[in-house]
Design a protein around this ligand. Sequence first.
Ligand SMILES: Nc1ncnc2c1ncn2[C@@H]1O[C@H](COP(=O)(O)OP(=O)(O)O)[C@@H](O)[C@H]1O
Ligand SMILES: [Mg+2]
Length: 268
Amino acid sequence: MSDGAVVVPGFLVTKEYRRFEEFCGACQRERYIGICYGPPGVGKTLSARHYAKWDLLEGRDPLAFGEAVPVEIADCHSLLYTPPVTNTPRTVRSSLDERLVLLRGLVGRARRPAHPDGQADFSSPCELVIIDEADRLSTPSLEELRDFYDRGEIGLVLIGMPGLERRLARYPQLYSRVGFAHAFRPLNQEEARFVLEQHWQGWGGTIRSDEFADQEAVAAIITITAGNFRLIDRLMSQVRRIKELNQLSTVTREVVDAARDCLVIGAT
Ligand SMILES: Nc1ncnc2c1ncn2[C@@H]1O[C@H](COP(=O)(O)OP(=O)(O)O)[C@@H](O)[C@H]1O
Ligand SMILES: [Mg+2]
């Protein structure tokens, strides 16, 4: 299991991430198919990358034997794949095979030092395949994926928009293998507040509990963004810009309103 905010810089381990981690862990352990659905911007992709430690693996050359690999790779068990908008069974299959080679090669090399005889362990470490943007998969690609799943001893997690679970229900061959469905939710108020604390700390401040202006600004941000991670990030980058431009020492409701007006979202 991943262990905190080391893999993706700035990644926050929220309760929603813990639920997602638990869900992926179950699919990995039971070798089931799981469907994870949620609206855009809530953190599905980042959570999947964090779970798979994908930042450590992506873009590395599995055959560059001269290069040292981070030891953390030794316990990677998952691979992540985002199909392109246009996909065919063949491209899906070859992309998955490529990633299997990547995972096997890198994990084998990362484990090598632990082997007393210095031999690399190249047995397949892949226990879970996570497919992001699974809504993009064409029907033949879904069929290919089912075949891939049936052949290997792996779990499969399909991530997509709400409605993915209903679409997949139309393919009984795949759907009958689904063990879990998981709704990825926006942050609740408490967690949105926790995320905002991190933003405040980022510019060297704290949200003062005894300061009405701070509380009012925080309440406004939570209302505007409805706990959507991406919206919080976008709004906060505007807040920061306005704060710096005007050399303000605190963030007030007026600053938040001005920031919101710069964004297309949330503008009333
Ligand atoms: N756990 C997290 N920690 C920090 N930032 C996050 C986290 N989850 C999401 N974000 C922020 O929200 C944005 C959107 O997340 P993303 O995973 O792309 O959402 P989704 O895949 O659900 O559309 C990210 O680019 C990042 O800025
Ligand atoms: Mg995404």
